[in-house]
Design a protein around this ligand. Structure first.
Ligand SMILES: Cc1cc2nc3c(=O)[nH]c(=O)nc-3n(C[C@H](O)[C@H](O)[C@H](O)COP(=O)(O)OP(=O)(O)OC[C@H]3O[C@@H](n4cnc5c(N)ncnc54)[C@H](O)[C@@H]3O)c2cc1C
Ligand code: FES
Ligand code: FES
Length: 499
């Protein structure tokens, strides 16, 4: 298949297997070797590239996903013989030793500085939290990004995206296409097979009719990691990323419907979600790392149905509904009925998750989410809690919704804990009692990340934190902008790279 895109400002046309990984296309077929491969599973950031200005992971992207996109590798940042200020800052601050992580770090920093030209040190740490360095201290890397930051810093050679779905680029002329030979097969997640990108739902239904066994993917951050582990090579993949109907947030009467194809980053930046669903924003901010959030989608997180899926506890607490679509029509059901077990959902053959609906305004003023993981960044949760409380002006809890992640086969809700809170004042003694009941309500298991006993203990402890959180927590109706103006941290539990 001929894949055409703009690489470092130059049009490129390459004949490649569409399911080949983007990193192999860039490094091996095109010989652009600044992009490195470390883990191959999304955890180190060495393979960071910019796609339409967003940092993404080339080890978890298919060659076909580059079609029509603007792609920047580290080679695209340097002008002939001259380092750009960001690169110079890395050298001057001693932020490079072996240099293996540097291309990824610099591209992640570039994406951050384009979005936020004068980030704080905390924001720099957060922006680079998907990129690991084994030899230089992170302090020097943060120094380098800080040195290169500021409102007057020179902009990188990034070009604007051709459009939301990149379709405009398909029609764009490629005046000096350089043709490169067919790709060589290498051991990887999905080395062979066909990949399709329908642009709307009718096209998807037609494709699914022809290819009923095809695997669907949105961001690929779950599926491609799984395929790589299992060394599976599905015959056909269908990407949902260009389907317009799965994007955006729409209001219908008293409901917000969130497109299943929305990436986590886009949801975090969406003003309607920020205003009405702070509990969901907090969960999204703690999910993975910036590139994982740029690639992963809400629909993918729900359909993976992992007990550790970070968006699930908030959606259970909010009594969200899912909208399922197929060639036959549409059906709506509560999310709690949709998820039937670990990795299992109520999706039928030929059906997709199209949107998630939440009633607004949310009848709870206090939104809280906290996740306990083994480390600050890129941590799968050991236990998490989403809590919604309505507290009267006199300080009495009028209503409560609680949902725990990672402490049962699916999200755990506990009406008995909620009942113990309602009608009471929020005191440490009340929370101790609620925590005791919560520890009985959950049903955790031992696994590689934690023992069942530890998870049980933490499930209760997460509730104890409500004593401090509610009055500090964001209120429904407070926009992210207003919150930033007030100088509140975007996250109560910082998930950045370590000092
Ligand atoms: C390094 C790393 C860190 C991570 N950290 C976290 C974390 O902290 N918390 C967390 O919750 N997750 C984490 N994840 C998992 C993953 O990023 C998220 O679950 C993400 O939301 C998945 O979305 P996706 O679009 O990439 O899913 P995909 O991989 O594209 O799809 C996942 C599954 O859902 C199906 N699917 C996707 N969209 C639809 C749809 N609309 N309709 C029907 N089926 C669909 C696919 O067929 C597939 O089976 C991490 C992943 C990586 C690689
Ligand atoms: S190689 Fe580690 S994230 Fe891609
Ligand atoms: S400089 Fe060696 S891994 Fe970062």
């Amino acid at each position: 298949m001929e894949i055409r895109f703009i690489l470092n400002g130059q049009p490129v046309s390459v004949d490649a297997t569409p399911a080949r990984r983007a990193i192999d296309l860039i490094r091996e077929d095109l010989g652009i070797t600044g992009t490195k491969e470390g883990c191959g599973s999304g955890e180190c950031g060495a393979c960071t590239i910019l796609v339409d200005g967003e940092n993404r992971l080339a080890c978890l992207m298919l060659a076909a996903q580059l079609e029509g996109r603007q792609v920047t590798t580290v080679e695209g940042l340097a002008e002939v013989g001259t380092l750009r200020p960001l690169q110079e800052a890395f050298v001057r601050c001693g932020a490079v030793q072996c240099g293996f992580c540097s291309p990824g770090m610099i591209l992640a920093a570039e994406a951050l500085l384009v979005r936020n030209p004068a980030p704080s040190r905390e924001e720099i740490r957060e922006g680079l939290s998907g990129n690991l360095c084994r030899c230089t201290g992170y302090g020097k890397i943060v120094d380098a990004v800080e040195t290169a930051s500021g409102p007057t810093r020179e902009r990188g050679p990034l070009q604007p995206s051709a459009g939301e779905d990149g379709e405009n680029n398909h029609a764009a002329p490629f005046p000096t296409a350089s043709r490169i030979g067919p790709s060589r097969p290498t051991p990887m997640a999905v080395p062979t097979g066909r990949v399709f990108f329908p642009r709307n739902l009718p096209e998807l239904w037609d494709r699914l009719k022809e290819e009923p066994e095809a695997l669907l993917f949105a961001g690929g951050t779950d599926l491609f990691v799984r395929l790589r582990k299992e060394r599976e090579a599905p015959p056909t993949l269908i990407g949902l990323e260009r389907i317009a109907e799965l994007q955006g947030v729409r209001r219908e009467n008293d409901r917000l419907w969130i497109g299943a194809g929305m990436s986590h980053s886009r949801l975090i930046g969406n003003p309607m979600i920020g205003r009405h669903l702070p509990v969901l924003i907090r969960a999204l901010e703690s999910l993975g790392s910036p590139p994982v959030r740029n690639m992963g989608t809400l629909g993918g997180n729900i359909c993976t149905a992992s007990p550790a899926g970070d968006t699930l506890p908030p959606l259970y607490a909010l009594d969200a509904e899912v909208e399922l679509r197929s060639a036959k029509g549409r059906r709506v059901m509560p999310i709690a009925a949709f998820i039937t077990g670990p990795g299992r959902t109520g999706l039928e053959q030929g059906e997709i998750l199209a949107a998630v609906g939440v009633q607004t305004p949310v009848a709870y003023g206090t939104h809280h989410f906290e996740k306990i993981g083994q480390r600050k960044a890129l941590a799968c949760s050991v236990a998490s809690l989403a809590a919604l409380l309505r507290i009267s002006p006199a300080g009495v809890i009028e209503a409560a919704r609680l949902a725990w992640g990672s402490v049962g086969p699916t999200v755990v809700t506990a009406p008995e804990v909620e009942a113990a809170l309602v009608g009471q004042r929020l005191t440490p003694a009340l929370l101790q009692e609620a925590a005791r009941i919560a520890r009985q309500a959950v049903s955790p298991i031992d696994d590689l990340r934690a023992t069942a006993g530890y998870r049980r203990e933490v499930s209760g402890n997460l509730l104890l934190r409500l004593a401090a959180q509610p009055l500090k927590g964001r209120r429904d109706g407070e926009s992210p902008k207003r919150r930033q103006k007030k100088g509140r941290s975007r996250r109560p539990t910082l998930r950045g790279i370590p000092e």
